[in-house]
Design a protein around this ligand. Sequence first.
Ligand code: CAA
Length: 440
Amino acid sequence: MTAVGIDAIEIWTGKLTLNLPETFAPVKGEDPAKYTKGLGLETSSFPDVYEDIVTMGANAAKRLMDRRGLTPDDIGRIDVATESAFDNSKPVSTYIAGCLEQTYEGDFRHANKGERKFACVAGTQSIDDAYNWIKAGRNRGRAALVIATDTALYARGDPGEATQGAGAVAMLIDEEPSVVELSTEQGYGSMDETDFLKPNQQFPSVDGKRSMQVYLARMREALEDYESVAGRTKVEDFEYIPFHTPFPGMVRKAGLLGYRHMIRDTEKEDELADRIGRQPREADFDSWDDYEEAIRAYMDDLKETDEYREWYGRVIDPTLSLARRVGNWYTGSVHVARTSALKHAYETGKAMTGKQLLVGSYGSGAQAEIHAETVREGWRDEIEALNVDEQLAGRYDLDFEEYEQVHDAHNHEKDVELEEFTQPANEFVFTGWGRMNERK
Ligand code: CAA
């Protein structure tokens, strides 16, 4: 069977940055350690005034196409995943295709374009759509371009303001891919939830604490559902486990949940039993509350064991290095986590070809999806070609007043004229509503 998966990846970060412990926390009267230790964040990316979801997505896609020597004729499908769309009719992919067509010979008339919406999980859903299109043999030899692009901004004063970010990830989905092959098996945990939503409003209404519980509940269900088709998962099976990362502190909780789930009824659980006991079994408790309390106590002990700490440092922590510096990119977030993991492998000289990743995507509202990926031989060249460190180092560091101005400039309900902080260089820029984005 032909392998289908991610053939190329490019990342485009917002050009501005906000230092959370040094710039944001003091003004909010908060301990910087809430950011560095609690949420696990150092800085977040913000879009400059000439950037938006279209320009960031088009710039990521342009880098990818140029690097791989592609023209519009090589691409049969453009799917954009976003929860920051500004148009309820025309998909963002048409705006991005319009940008790209300014710079290539030929056009995307032949390409099927769409926009996927299910909060942050939509990036992974778009990859699925492309995978199914190729597997069904409808692609006529062409690849699919999937772009996850978001400006993850919250209303000022909302607790979510601590976990903002902006950027785009472009991925080429193709046969015989260079980076990872996707597994056919998938698991889902999906339920109608109202913890995070944007009904006809720009900034989300969020019940932050509940959103974290919903994330974990749906992720657990997705893992169980995945195992029902792929068989038991074991901690030894996966080199890295990239999770959706609204902030690294959330993934600390998801990692612990995954570890506990994967070691149950295994030798690893037996090994740990001398020190922390066995995992509580629901059947041994009279009430759900007592069972939950016992599980919480077990998890508290588990996370202090050397075995868990070693596993977390090796399998989960490397997925978080970019998120610490860019914040939440919503639909792009889990794809940033995968990239962080492979970047870590590249930088530490790890052999990865043939190794497995378990990828946990999540979107509020709410749905989690789990699938496995097998790393392919070309992964190293793809990761080597990324210039993400250069992009991050080149961001303009906002002071708090500038941050507020930029936040206002990206608030569609406010009319704010603001000078740009950085100079666009050979990239697409936003030039005004109803006008075509230009390349400068
Ligand atoms: N030293 C060390 N740690 C500290 C600290 C200090 N001085 N002060 C606080 N902390 C810790 C807290 O204990 C907490 O950690 P735990 O959760 O492990 O207890 C962490 O830092 C955050 O502190 P608070 O809970 O006090 O922070 P908060 O009230 O400002 O809210 C938040 C945090 C709920 C995540 C909020 O930022 C928010 O609403 N964010 C948006 C929603 C979100 O991202 N939800 C995630 C799940 S939904 C999802 O994943 C989809 C998506 O992309 C949005």
